[in-house]
Design a protein around this ligand. Structure first.
Ligand SMILES: NC(=O)c1ccc[n+]([C@@H]2O[C@H](COP(=O)([O-])OP(=O)(O)OC[C@H]3O[C@@H](n4cnc5c(N)ncnc54)[C@H](OP(=O)(O)O)[C@@H]3O)[C@@H](O)[C@H]2O)c1
Length: 339
C-alpha cells in the first residue's frame, strides 16, 4: 500500500491563516529518513493543538504533518538497528514541527530518533503515555535525583487534568507520594481522585500576589501552567523542596524573588522532553517498571483519525482531559467524502 492519509497543515488560505486538511500521500511524499514506520497511534499534545491553530510560530514551514509523538511498527529500515515489524516509539527531535510527524498513517524518520519499545509496553500504552507521560516521568526522574522521596511530604501538580498533569498524578501516587492536584476543572474531582490524588485545590490559591515566603507546604511540585502558579509554588515550598517547571499553559511569565532559592534551598528544575536518546531509554525503561502508570485506561481516550481536528480545537478551549490518542491504522476516513 503506497497511498495513505495524513493530516497536513497549510498556510495557503487567502487570509494567510493556518488550516489543516486530510490529504492522500504516497511514500515518496515523505521526508528523507532511514526508517519507515506504519503509525499505529499518535498522541495529541498541547503543542500539536497550538501548531494546528498556527499559534506561537511552532511550525515555520508548510505544508507540515503535525504530531510530536507516535508509536507503531517499522515497515522498512535502512538502519541496521531496526527490522521490519519492530515496535517503536518516536517523539521530539522536531517531528511534527520541523519534520513531518505522527498525524499520518506512515512516517519516515532518522534511525537516531527511533526508540524500540521497552519490554512490556504495547504501542497503545506507549502512545497513551506519549510525550506527556515521558515528560512527567522525566520530571520525577530529576526530582528524585535531587533527593525527593515520598516521606518528605506532599507533591503538588498543576494543570492536573491535562496530559502531563494526569500522568504525573498517576505515576506519583503509584510511587507512594501524597499528591495534591491543582485543577481549574471542578467537575473532574472524581477523575483526579481515581488517578490517586489525595487532595484537590483550585488555581485560585495562586491568583493573588503573596509574600516572598509563605507557609512551607510542598516537598515537590510539578508545574505545567507557569505564571502566578509557579510563583506561588516557589513561595510555598518546604526547605529543600524540588520544583519541576514543565509547561506554560497559563503563562510564560515568572514574577518571583530569589528568596525561596537562597533561604529555603528550593531547587527549580527545567524539564525539556526533547532529551538525548540515552536519557529517553533510561526514563522509558522506568515507565515500563518502577514508574509504570496504573491508570492508562482511565487517562487515555482513543479517537479515530477523522476526529483529530475537533479534538485539537477542544484541547485549546480547555475542554479535554487526560491523553487523547489517535488510532491511525484504522480504516481510512473516506477520501471520497473530501476529508
Ligand atoms: N517541557 C517539555 O518538554 C514539555 C513536554 C510536554 C508538554 N509541555 C508543556 O506542558 C503543558 C501541558 O501540556 P499538555 O500536553 O499536558 O496539555 P493539556 O493536556 O492541554 O493540559 C494542560 C492543562 O493545563 C491547564 N490549563 C490549560 N490552559 C490553562 C490556562 N490558560 N491557565 C491555567 N491553566 C491552564 C488545564 O488543566 P486544569 O483544567 O486541570 O487546570 C489543562 O488541562 C503545556 O504548556 C505544554 O507545552 C512541555
Amino acid at each position: 500500500m503506497n497511498r495513505f492519509l495524513a493530516y497536513r497543515l497549510h498556510d495557503d488560505s487567502p487570509d494567510g491563516r493556518v488550516a489543516g486538511r486530510f490529504t492522500e500521500l504516497r511514500f515518496d511524499n515523505l521526508p528523507p529518513g532511514d526508517v519507515l514506520i506504519r503509525v499505529a497511534y499518535s498522541g495529541i499534545n498541547y503543542k500539536d493543538a497550538l501548531a494546528a491553530a498556527g499559534r506561537n510560530a511552532i511550525v515555520r514551514q508548510y505544508p507540515r504533518t503535525g504530531g510530536i509523538d507516535l508509536s507503531g511498527h517499522v515497515a522498512a529500515s535502512d538502519d541496521p538497528r531496526f527490522r521490519e515489524g519492530d515496535a517503536v516509539v518516536v517523539h521530539g527531535f522536531g517531528i511534527g514541527v520541523d519534520h513531518d510527524g505522527g498525524h499520518a498513517q506512515y512516517a519516515r524518520v532518522r534511525g537516531d530518533w527511533v526508540m524500540r519499545l521497552p519490554e512490556g509496553l504495547s504501542p497503545l500504552e506507549a502512545s497513551t503515555i506519549g510525550v506527556a507521560g515521558y515528560t512527567a516521568a522525566l520530571a520525577l526522574h530529576w526530582m528524585e535525583h535531587n533527593a525527593m522521596s515520598p516521606e518528605q511530604g506532599p507533591v503538588v501538580v498543576s494543570g492536573a487534568t491535562g496530559g502531563v498533569g494526569s500522568m504525573a498524578v498517576d505515576i506519583l501516587s503509584a510511587r507512594g507520594y501524597m499528591v495534591h492536584a491543582m485543577s481549574g476543572k471542578s467537575a473532574e474531582h472524581a477523575y483526579l481522585r481515581s488517578l490517586g490524588a489525595g487532595e484537590i485545590l483550585s488555581p485560585e490559591v495562586a491568583s493573588q500576589p503573596g509574600k516572598a515566603l509563605e507557609k512551607a507546604q510542598w516537598a515537590g511540585a510539578i508545574d505545567t501552567v507557569g505564571g502566578p502558579v509557579l510563583a506561588w509554588m516557589m513561595r510555598t515550598m518546604q526547605p529543600n523542596g524540588v520544583i519541576a517547571s514543565v509547561g506554560n499553559a497559563g503563562s510564560p511569565q515568572l514574577d518571583t524573588t530569589v528568596l525561596p532559592l537562597i533561604l529555603r534551598g528550593v531547587r527549580l528544575l527545567g524539564i525539556n522532553a526533547n532529551s538525548p536518546m540515552a536519557l529517553r531509554e533510561a526514563v522509558w525503561a522506568k515507565l515500563a517498571a518502577d514508574y509504570r502508570p496504573r491508570r492508562l485506561a482511565t487517562i487515555g481516550q482513543v479517537i479515530d483519525f477523522d476526529a483529530l481536528p475537533d479534538a485539537m480545537d477542544r484541547m485549546l478551549s480547555r475542554a479535554t482531559r487526560g491523553r487523547l490518542v489517535v488510532r491511525m491504522d484504522n480504516e481510512s476516513p473516506d477520501l471520497e467524502r473530501g476529508l
